[in-house]
Write a protein that binds this ligand. Structure first.
Ligand SMILES: Cc1cc2nc3c(=O)[nH]c(=O)nc-3n(C[C@H](O)[C@H](O)[C@H](O)COP(=O)(O)OP(=O)(O)OC[C@H]3O[C@@H](n4cnc5c(N)ncnc54)[C@H](O)[C@@H]3O)c2cc1C
Length: 392
């Protein structure tokens, strides 16, 4: 007899969505499914902390994946996902190896892409921190030599997650001020949003606008940048902003998984609960899926729903989950934390977003709010602190 306890759930990827799904499956099924993580990574990297790496001490940003998998009760299968054969219930690696599943969760994230040719860089995470440091240090030298430097942080249209542009601008301002480069370097945020952090509602827009104004950072909203030339960012239709250093957020495209239906931009197409269109046993969670806001907290909410749906399919009970999507964002300004929360579920008044400067709106109060993952990582850190030898 096929027993539920023998169900094999294979999760491709080992980022936020994959780990949250692993933990949720364990909690909801009470250990009654076997979970496998198909991944080539050795570490789980906490990208959201990368905005602060140049400017201030950061919380831990890397965990050995084998340790997380062990503690979460999943087996690691080394390999990458190349394609899916839903008819045969197999994930296929680039080497042609097959990994059988009863249920599969695609959690391989999106693909950050540079989109603007300009002096400066595209900031997609930790790997870009040294280049940003070099750009700011060069700006300080140029300004000391009497040149007027203009640094622009640019949010392209359609970007999945915009907080990094504001964090980088605010923390860069402090970095430059602390090095005596206050007058000679102007900073601007140039964003395609109608209002800064508009996705969080009016309160957040007002809070971040004030923080930018207090820091003497120019703000250009509704600005669709089409190109850079002659020291200016050119904005549709015929506006421009002076900028000789451009730090842009990437656009994000889909991972294009062969064998699965996709949106025009290559994201795995699925219904609102993450079940891939036309497939009963394949799900997607996180940035690889079609939801337009690409955010780790939302990736975790999707992963919880997918885990619950699989448990229900298996005839196991699953808890009723809180309404989603709920956006929770922590903006580091270098001058205090700003907690932002907004219920995205349909038809709500956009002013309903909540803003709290310094007081946490969730717990543990980390950068990413995941129901299982956030306390899990927090607990590991606490255990490791206990292990630190005490010197008398
Ligand atoms: C600078 C920056 C700051 C951010 N700040 C925040 C923030 O403050 N709060 C927040 O909630 N979100 C933030 N985000 C967004 C957040 O990082 C993403 O939304 C989140 O990482 C998405 O999680 P995921 O699990 O879907 O994908 P990922 O975290 O990208 O994980 C996918 C994993 O799959 C692996 N993989 C890729 N391809 C394959 C393959 N073919 N086979 C197997 N494995 C594969 C990758 O190695 C990767 O580790 C930020 C993003 C950036 C770039």
């Amino acid at each position: 007899m096929h027993r539920h306890s023998q169900a094999r759930v294979v999760i491709a990827g080992a980022g936020f969505a994959a780990l949250e799904a692993t933990l949720a499956l364990r909690a909801f099924s009470k250990g009654a499914v076997h979970t496998y993580l198909l991944s080539l990574q050795t570490d789980f990297v906490f990208t959201p902390a990368s905005t602060r790496e140049l400017f201030a001490p950061v919380p831990r940003t890397r965990w050995p994946l084998h340790e997380l998998a062990l503690r979460a009760g999943a087996a690691l299968v080394p390999g990458a996902l190349e394609s899916v054969e839903p008819g045969n219930r197999r994930l296929i690696t680039p080497e042609g190896d097959a990994v059988d599943y009863d249920y599969a969760i695609i959690a391989i994230g999106g693909r950050p892409e540079p989109w603007l040719t300009a002096p400066g860089l595209t900031f997609s995470g930790t790997d870009d921190v040294p280049a940003m440091g070099r750009e700011l240090d060069r700006a300080i030298e140029q300004s000391a030599a009497g040149e007027q430097v203009r640094v622009a942080f640019v949010v392209p249209p359609g970007v999945g997650w915009v907080i990094p542009a504001y964090e980088l601008a605010l923390m860069a301002r402090r970095y430059l001020n602390e090095r005596g480069a206050t007058e000679g370097i102007a900073i601007a945020v140039v964003t395609s949003e109608d209002a800064p952090l508009g996705v969080f509602g009016q309160g957040a827009s007002q809070t971040v606008s004030k923080a930018l104004a207090d820091a003497d950072i120019e703000l250009h909203t509704g600005a669709i940048v089409r190109s850079w030339s002659d020291g200016r960012l050119w904005i549709v239709p015929d506006d421009s902003v002076a900028a000789n250093v451009v730090i842009a957020l990437p656009t994000i495209s889909g991972p294009r998984v062969r064998g699965l239906p996709e949106t025009p931009t290559g994201f795995v197409d699925a219904d609102i609960d993450g079940r891939v269109r036309g497939e009963q046993r394949v799900f997607v969670a996180g940035d690889a899926g079609p939801f337009p806001v690409k955010q780790a907290g939302l990736a975790c909410q999707q992963a919880d729903r997918v885990a619950a749906a699989i448990c229900v399919d298996l005839g196991l009970s699953a808890p009723t989950l809180p309404e989603w999507p709920v956006l929770r964002g922590l903006l580091w300004s270098g001058d205090g934390d700003h907690f932002l929360r907004r219920d995205l579920a349909g038809g709500r008044d956009e002013s309903l977003g909540t803003v709290s400067v310094t007081n946490a709106l969730w717990w543990p109060p980390g950068k990413v709010a995941g129901r299982f993952l956030t306390p899990f990582l927090h607990e590991i850190e606490a255990l490791e602190l206990v292990d630190v030898p005490v010197h008398h």
